[in-house]
Design a protein around this ligand. Structure first.
Ligand code: AQP
Length: 339
């Protein structure tokens, strides 16, 4: 009898260096990568720097933010002994595969993406034009995921549509050319899957938004974090109830506090009599959660050679994992391999 051992679940996720990382990134994605994913699976985490080129950008800032994002991932607790951390642009297989997936996707699918609709409107207003790569970026994201035979993609729920597209492309490619890709699924946190902007609680807390007063950045000074949370928009009522439709600002604070403390938002709602007390406790809980990340980030900044070494080793491993799948995809569509 042959005994076959099932390979470990493969996990892939990424973060874009389009701005300073936020509490939304941490609660929606990074924390789970640290506390669950790297412990249970063969996990790869990527600073998806090519995605930062889809909008107006300053090269020096992209460089700075890419390094800062990688450093923050390690500061948050990703352990290079347990998982693979790397930069997307260091592994050519992502863009190699992206082209084949552009030949699999349709332009209609791309134009239906909600993020494209939102961001293209913003770009057109700001700079008068929209880069083609903003339209095709979900295909590159699909390539990021499919190149690694990924089973699970842990993301905030703003990315659900892109992972759905990735599944569709994998299924279509497999059906046309023979089974080449694993078909991944998105996994979202139970609480705080979409942290909202503190000043505009009907919009996601997004790191590239122009107005920063509703965004808690992971590296904000404690006093700034307190100020932003104490000034969060709530509503005209004064009792603390969980009503996401009518009172999105209060619901957002309850979700954040719940995510920080492990309590349930509905239980927390019953425990507060004023918005002031809720904000104060939320601010302190957020600070407590972020304190070790800020401290470790400070230490790692003293040792940039360490971060470079992690990224170099991560890219090397990632390349080795992605190449056979991408080569197989090239062969499957009918391209001759170099002699
Ligand atoms: N507000 C959020 N709540 C929960 N999860 C979030 N994520 C992002 N914002 C929230 C999750 O963090 C991971 C990395 O995000 P990203 O870098 O792909 O995108 P972003 O932070 O949304 O930044 P953008 O797209 O550059 O700019 P904005 O935000 O301005 O649109 C993902 O898993 C994401 O779900």
């Amino acid at each position: 009898m042959t005994v076959t051992t099932r390979p470990r679940t493969r996990i892939f996720s990424g973060i874009k260096p389009t701005g300073h990382l936020t509490l939304g990134n941490y609660l929606g994605a990074m924390r789970r990568w640290v506390e669950e994913d790297q412990l249970k699976a063969d996990a790869l985490f990527c600073v998806v720097d090519l995605h930062a080129l889809t909008v107006e950008h300053d090269p020096a800032r992209v460089r700075r933010l890419s390094r800062q994002a990688a450093t923050l991932l390690l500061a948050a607790g990703l352990d290079p002994e347990r998982c693979t951390v790397f930069l997307q642009s260091h592994v050519d297989e992502h863009t190699r595969l992206s082209y084949l997936l552009e030949c699999t996707a349709t332009d209609g699918e791309m134009r239906r993406m909600i993020q494209y609709k939102e961001k293209s409107a913003r770009e057109r207003a700001d700079s008068g034009s929209v880069r083609l790569s903003l339209l095709t970026y979900p295909v590159l994201m699909a390539a990021d995921i499919l190149a690694y035979g990924t089973d699970e993609v842990p993301v905030g729920d703003d990315q659900a549509q892109h992972v759905e597209l990735t599944r569709d492309l994998a299924l279509r490619f497999n059906q046309r050319y023979g089974r080449t890709f694993a078909v991944p699924k998105a996994v979202h946190p139970v609480v705080a899957a979409r942290v909202m902007d503190l000043q505009d609680p009907r919009s996601k807390m997004g790191k590239s938004h122009a107005s920063t007063s509703g965004i808690v950045y992971l590296l904000d000074e404690p006093e700034i974090v307190r100020k932003k949370i104490m000034r969060a928009v709530t509503d005209s009522g004064d009792d603390v109830v969980l009503d996401r439709e009518a009172r999105p600002g209060v619901a957002n604070l309850l979700d954040v506090l719940a995510a920080c403390t492990g309590a349930r938002p509905e239980d927390l709602a019953g425990a507060y009599r004023s918005y002031g007390a809720l904000k104060k406790d939320t601010a302190e809980a957020v600070l407590e959660l972020l304190r070790p990340v800020r401290e470790r980030h400070g230490e790692l900044c003293e040792d940039p050679g360490y971060v470079d070494g992690v990224l170099r080793a991560g890219a090397e491993r990632a390349r080795g994992l992605a190449r056979p799948t991408v080569d197989a995809a090239y062969a499957a569509v009918g391209l001759l391999s170099p002699a």
